[in-house]
Design a protein around this ligand. Structure first.
Ligand code: 2NL
Length: 344
């Protein structure tokens, strides 16, 4: 090929390149097109390989044309890239942000089911004149057991075998020590509820070594068992939002006399079906214990048992939520699994 033919081809390459990159809109594609000409096996390089075959006098002309076309290609690339950058910058400036748009909603949390149940229960008792009392979870053996009529050798201690930190210090197995402490510092009339964590050596689908109890205590002149019945009937019908009856089954607790287990009418079958799984066909669901405060308890806290009487009751809040909200494993409360928590 002659020098003139080679130069003509270079000119053609330059013109074609200009056409070729006009529609290209990203740097990568433009660089690829550039490499097809200037790369090791590119079209310009193919022309350069012809130069040694030309008569020596013609070589500088073709060499100069190669350099010119290389510069031209590079200029074209630079120009096209600048155009693209300008277009992008203009689009950026033209973009408008509507600062008046409302913010995207942030997913809101809510109280844990057990907290809801505790606050609801406290609210219901507050409507009857009870106030909340609190006390330590790490308790003395005396406040937890002795004052409640269970000395160290008493067989009833097995009912709520607990965690001993030493001979005299325990994790409370019920919130009764809160009531003992209240009676020690406050004269009747007393009307308190004591919600809080308690600890027992117990572990299955309905028992946990730590659970939440709510106990109530009323002490005044003339308090009778009927007052206890009235309070618990009111509580059950308010908490379950239905007119459910309550029954009292004679039972033993060391700190009350008489003592009774509290059952409520089965909220699932209403006591009608003999085959209900929730109440195991009995028509009743056990919700807690209760009774009239034993005079020996009053003796331990310096309340005159001749003048005053009182009732007390206790229930597990996990169990109340299990019955009302259909929770079938106590561990769900403590696992923090959102699939559970978000249902309530
Ligand atoms: C249950 C049983 C009960 C009490 C708690 C109590 C407290 C004092 C004096 C007398 Cl200071 N009694 N509390 C009485 C009877 C039963 O709870 O099953 N709890 C989950």
């Amino acid at each position: 090929m002659s020098a003139d033919q080679l130069i003509a081809r270079l000119e053609q390459i330059g013109t074609e390149f200009q056409q070729a990159i006009r529609p290209l809109a990203d740097e990568q594609a433009i660089r690829a097109a550039q490499a097809q000409l200037l790369g090791k096996h590119g079209r310009v390089s193919e022309v350069m390989k012809e130069i040694p075959r030309l008569p020596p006098a013609d070589r500088p002309r073709v060499g100069a044309a190669v350099n010119r076309i290389k510069t031209e290609i590079e200029d074209q690339v630079a120009r096209r890239l600048r155009e693209l950058a300008d277009t992008a910058a203009r689009a950026d400036l033209a973009r408008t942000v509507d600062v008046t748009l409302p913010a995207r909603p942030v997913g809101g949390g809510h109280l844990h089911l057990l907290t809801q149940v505790r606050l609801e229960a406290v609210q219901i008792f507050a409507e009857l004149g009870f106030v909340v009392a609190e006390g330590p979870q790490i308790e003395t053996d005396w406040h937890t057991f002795e004052a409640l009529g269970t000395p160290k050798d008493h067989p009833a201690r097995d009912m709520q075998d607990t965690f001993y930190l030493s001979d005299e210090i325990v994790l409370r197995s019920h919130t009764s020590p809160v009531q003992i402490r209240t009676m020690q510092i406050q004269a009747p009339p007393i009307r308190i509820v004591a919600p809080g964590h308690v600890f027992r050596r117990d572990d299955d689908t309905t028992h946990s070594p730590m659970f939440t109890q709510l106990e109530g205590l009323a002490v005044d002149e003339g308090i009778a068992f009927t007052d206890l019945k009235g309070v618990l009937i009111h509580f059950v019908s308010r908490f379950f939002a239905r007119d459910l009856t309550v029954r009292f089954r004679p039972s033993y607790f060391p700190f009350v006399e008489p003592g009774a287990e509290v059952d409520m009418q089965c909220s699932f079958c209403m006591g009608a079906s003999a085959g209900c799984r929730l109440c195991k066909g009995t028509g009743w669901l056990e919700i807690g214990g209760s009774g009239m405060v034993d005079p020996t308890v009053f003796g331990h806290v310096g309340i005159d048992a001749e003048r005053y009487t009182g009732f007390a009751f206790g229930m597990g809040l996990e169990r109340m939520a299990m019955l009302r909200n259909g929770v079938d494993n106590i561990k769900f409360y403590y696992e923090g699994d959102l699939r559970f928590l978000e249902q309530f």
